[in-house]
Design a protein around this ligand. Structure first.
Ligand SMILES: [Fe+2]
Length: 272
């Protein structure tokens, strides 16, 4: 499998990801060994992100590109961001690296882990109105969604795309997150699986390959291709990504039965 990864923190000294250029290059070499061919850097944008931080990200990204090329690392490197949701989130789109490859079409955003903020639906609505498609990072990690999948389904139907963390599926964030990520995967809610790699230790690129092996136990090959490569490529190039129609009935069905009996006969509702 060739992987395209739309979420990781390999640019050094700009957030809680790679701390120096050596760590960046070690991460990129590990990504190459895992057959990752295209890697989007997604440094965090928060309320504290200002022009100086933006300049540093652009400068460090250019250095990473040059050093990677000089070091024989054969991975396409792109720049985007992971925007923390907040009341002033719209102002962040002034940064040229806010959307994927500055395509103005796709961007990644994250929510607080423990408390559901107000205004997410309005934000998704307004983003779509402005021609930008939001991608929600790791919904399986938000505690308040665990017993409220209908909220997530509502955002999905508004046109928000969903990205699973590879480590969620493989148990890096605990069994409950792993179970919830399988539930959402069985519902067909995800468009992407990405590494969210921060380092070479706990949150690394190896998780992507491990998640692929786990997902291959119950998903067809064409679905795996979509999640790990085709949809990520479309998001990077700014091309349209199809949404499946998901009926309310799926909330009532036993996802465990759908997932395991029989494993490879999940029925998807496709719109594209
Ligand atoms: Fe992240």
């Amino acid at each position: 499998m060739v992987f395209t990864d739309i979420h990781s923190h390999y640019i050094y000294s700009v957030d809680d990801g790679a701390q120096d250029i050596d760590q960046t290059l070690t991460m990129l070499k590990a990504a190459q060994r895992r057959n990752i061919r295209h890697l989007l850097a997604t440094p965090h944008i928060t309320e504290e992100t200002d022009q100086a931080v933006s300049d540093r990200i652009l400068r460090h990204f250019e250095i990473v590109r040059q050093k990677a090329k000089a070091g024989g690392i054969d991975i396409e490197l792109s720049l985007g961001s992971e925007i923390f949701f907040g009341s002033h989130i719209d102002k962040h789109f002034a940064f040229p690296w806010a959307t994927f490859n500055n395509n103005g079409k796709y961007f990644l955003f994250e929510l607080p882990l423990f408390d559901l903020p107000t205004g997410v639906g309005d934000f998704i609505f307004n983003s779509k109105l402005q021609g930008r498609t939001p991608i929600l990072a790791h919904p399986e990690r938000y505690l308040y969604l665990r017993n409220n999948v209908s909220i997530l389904l509502g955002w999905y139907r508004q046109g928000c795309l969903m990205q699973m963390n590879a480590g969620s599926l493989t148990g890096h964030f605990g069994q409950k997150v792993a179970d919830f990520s399988k539930k959402l995967l069985s519902m067909g809610l995800y468009h992407f699986i990405a590494s969210d790699a921060h380092d070479n230790n706990f949150r690394n690129y190896k998780a992507l390959e491990e998640a692929y092996q786990e997902a291959a136990l119950f998903l067809e090959d064409d679905e795996l291709e979509r999640l790990f490569h085709i949809n990520p490529q479309k998001a990077l190039s700014g091309s349209p990504i199809a949404q499946r129609e998901i009926h309310d009935d799926i909330l009532k069905e036993s996802w465990l039965r759908k997932l395991f009996s029989p494993l490879r006969q999940i029925k998807w509702h496709r719109t594209g």
